[in-house]
Design a protein around this ligand. Structure first.
Ligand code: NDP
Length: 287
């Protein structure tokens, strides 16, 4: 940037969460800003649940370009926004807020990041595929909605707590064209032979519990199944390692995290994100 055009005012984005200190998104976003020569800053901001309203007022006052939301704010933030994208409306949760003039618009990029990773990293088009989700929490909700909207033929929701699983199943069957079924998760889950994609969308295997695996009958995992894990840290989970040993193709949760960040970067800056730079930055964090 030449002296004549230099501005000392940085554009601000960031994340509100509680706890938030261990959230590594700043590393990925700051690497992307630097790569594109943008004078933007990503702030990791601890916001307690009772302070979210004031934090959102502050965000408007500071004329921030947007914000990421993480636990526990993804649902409660909605009341402070001017509008939602259709997908965020359907999912009922927001992980990325984008300023549009004086309005704050809520989006959900988690499922979109997963979809992009399935398409680009695994080279699989989910259209007409049969997909099984282990788990029915926020991540499963975002991923299942996006895969259903992308044309997945059949979705199975497998969850330990029936009410949560049934709620997601009902949402998908009412609001998307996919066929959907719910299976209560008791003991080891046996993957149906006709499944094309299996996704661990639970928190099982997340650091520091790296030896834990979701209870799945590994003998039911065939070689032509794509086995995905939502856990980004560590990317090579014990579940993926075991699935890979049975001959299945695997997709780690790092790609999802990188792509959802890249989508957010592009929404905020309107500049194409350097995905490999963002991925490398996170790989270093998780190595
Ligand atoms: P939630 O708390 O909303 O949901 C957790 C889900 O995991 C529930 O379905 C829960 O079942 C299930 N679960 C947890 N422990 C067990 C267990 N021991 N046995 C069976 N089921 C279990 O979490 P999120 O959906 O927000 O997040 C899930 C994971 O996804 C986290 O590890 C998070 O880090 C990761 N994530 C990764 C992203 C990425 O970009 N890679 C993005 C977002 C999240 P039940 O309903 O019975 O409690």
């Amino acid at each position: 940037m030449s002296e004549a055009t230099r501005s000392y005012k940085a554009e601000l984005v960031g994340v509100f969460g509680y706890p938030v200190a261990e959230n590594p998104t700043v590393v990925m976003q700051e690497a992307a800003f630097e790569d594109r020569g943008l004078n933007w800053r990503y702030l990791t901001i601890e916001v307690r649940p009772k302070d979210l309203e004031e934090a959102m007022i502050g965000l408007r006052a500071f004329n921030m370009q947007g914000i990421n939301l993480t636990i526990p704010h993804k649902v409660t933030v909605i009341q402070y926004l001017d509008r939602l994208s259709p997908e965020a409306e359907l999912i009922g949760a927001v992980n990325t807020v984008v300023r549009d003039g004086s309005q704050l618009v809520g989006h959900n990029t988690d499922g979109k990041g997963f979809l992009q990773s399935v398409r680009e990293d695994a080279g699989v088009d989910p259209q007409e595929k049969r997909v099984v989700f282990l788990g029915a929490g926020g991540a499963a909700r975002a991923m299942a909605v996006e895969l259903a909207l992308a044309g997945a033929a059949h979705i199975t929701i497998v969850n330990r707590t029936p009410s949560r699983g049934q709620e997601l199943t009902q949402l998908l069957s009412e609001k998307t064209p996919s066929e959907v079924e719910f299976v209560r998760w008791q003991g080891e889950y046996s993957v149906p032979p006709e499944a094309d994609i299996l996704v661990n969308a639970t928190s099982i295997g997340l650091f520091p519990d790296v030896k834990e695996t979701p209870p799945v009958d590994m003998a039911s995992i065939r070689g032509d199944l794509l086995v995905c894990d939502v856990i980004p840290n560590p990317p090579q989970t014990a579940f993926l390692r075991t699935a890979s040993a049975t001959g299945a193709r695997t997709l780690d949760g790092l790609g999802m995290l990188v792509y959802q960040g890249a989508i957010g970067f592009q929404m905020w800056t309107r500049v194409e994100a350097a995905v490999p730079v963002m991925r490398r930055a996170l790989e270093e964090v998780f190595s």
